[in-house]
Design a protein around this ligand. Structure first.
Ligand code: PLP
Length: 355
């Protein structure tokens, strides 16, 4: 038995992988592969329409927003957001909560001014800063809703006088959000949504076309919106698999149900981290992520033997990111709570032998 606690790319339920693999050989009884049917064919248009519809339904997207399936990953969004929303000479406000936020800021500086409203860099990003002001003349405010590497989550979003932009790559569809609070949301698909190669963007239409900048077509949200994400050849397999996964999510009870399950999974794991004398969490308790649980051993000498035991017991992908060390258990939507219980058992077994 294997338990996949990997941070990505693409952690989906087995049944979704099975359906996706079947469509590689025979898509919807056509005798053709999903990979070979034309992306302009009515069959694929139906896939795109259903994908957009499911995103709107599951996230309760109000009218006035475009739902786009683009390429270039979340990393290209670090550039597309300022290219489209930040006019030359204007300032964008960024909350610096980790490596991905820093990368987003780096790209934004190519297009305009960046004001860092707050940062937790001095503590190696172990918490979410809460005391800051967002300038009323900023073009937008950017935050990362879940910090995949450092294991912190924004449980509440600030009230902003300017449009809020959020990188939700590692927690989209894991929790309820009020889309109306955001001007733009982007998410690389490869955690809770689908295979790498597609990025989801929800953008308020009224924000588009205001930067005054001439954009290459592929970087222009408006062109993608006008062409319903079919300006060029879309990543058909990634979108199709995302659609299957969204169907699964809907059948499971939707995002609210997912949030309940994710909260219970995270609580079970953090409870053990806090109770077990061998381990300690790396982040401030009130900011601990429900998607990426980071922890270390109190005694550094316990790190390797615990990793070895966990791997022997079938745990995959729990080695921590190099910027934090220790362990990171990613507990995305597709990971059942029973896998968390199994990890907790291994932690207890290790403590019995070593505490
Ligand atoms: N933002 C966050 C929060 C991430 O977790 C990641 C990747 O894990 C990225 C951005 C970068 O995504 P991509 O590799 O799709 O460019």
């Amino acid at each position: 038995m294997k338990y996949n606690f990997g941070a990505g790319p693409c952690i989906l339920p087995q049944e979704v992988f099975k359906q996706a693999s079947e469509a590689v050989l025979n898509f919807n009884g056509t005798g053709l592969s999903i990979l070979e049917i034309s992306h302009r064919a009515p069959e694929f248009e139906a896939v795109m329409d259903e994908s957009v519809h499911l995103v709107k339904e599951l996230l309760n997207v109000p009218s006035g927003y475009s739902v786009l399936f683009l390429q270039g990953g979340a990393s290209l969004q670090f550039s597309m957001v300022p290219a489209n929303l930040l006019a030359e000479g204007q300032t964008a406000a960024y909350l610096d909560t980790g490596a991905w936020a820093s990368k987003a800021m780096k790209e934004a500086k190519l297009f305009g001014n960046v004001q860092v409203v707050a940062s937790s860099k001095e503590s190696n990003y172990t918490y979410i800063p809460k005391d800051y002001e967002i300038p009323a003349d900023a073009a937008y405010f950017h935050c990362t809703s879940n910090n995949t590497i450092f294991g912190t989550e924004l449980f509440s979003f600030p009230k902003t006088p300017v449009p809020m932009v959020s990188d939700m790559s590692s927690d989209i569809f894991s929790r309820e959000i009020n889309v109306e609070d955001f001007g733009l949301i982007y998410a690389g698909a490869q955690k809770n949504l689908g295979p790498a190669g597609v990025v989801l963007v929800l953008v308020k239409d009224e924000l588009l076309g205001k930067s005054g900048r001439k954009l290459p077509s592929m970087l222009d949200y408006k062109i993608h919106a006008d062409n319903k994400s079919l300006y060029n050849t879309p990543p058909v397999f990634s979108i199709y698999t995302a659609m299957l996964n969204l169907r699964w999510l809907k059948a499971k009870g939707g995002v609210g149900q997912m949030e309940k399950e994710n909260t219970a999974k995270a609580a079970a794991l953090y409870e053990e981290i806090d109770r077990n004398p061998i381990f300690k969490g790396t982040c401030q308790p009130e900011d601990r992520s429900r998607m990426n649980v980071c922890f270390v051993t109190e005694n550094p000498e316990h790190e390797k033997p615990f990793l070895k035991l966990a791997e022997e017991r079938g745990m995959i992908g729990i080695k921590g990111h190099r910027s934090v060390g220790g362990f990171r258990a990613s507990i995305y939507n597709a990971l059942p709570i029973t896998s968390v219980y199994s990890l907790v058992e291994v932690m207890q077994e290790f403590a019995q032998k070593n505490a």
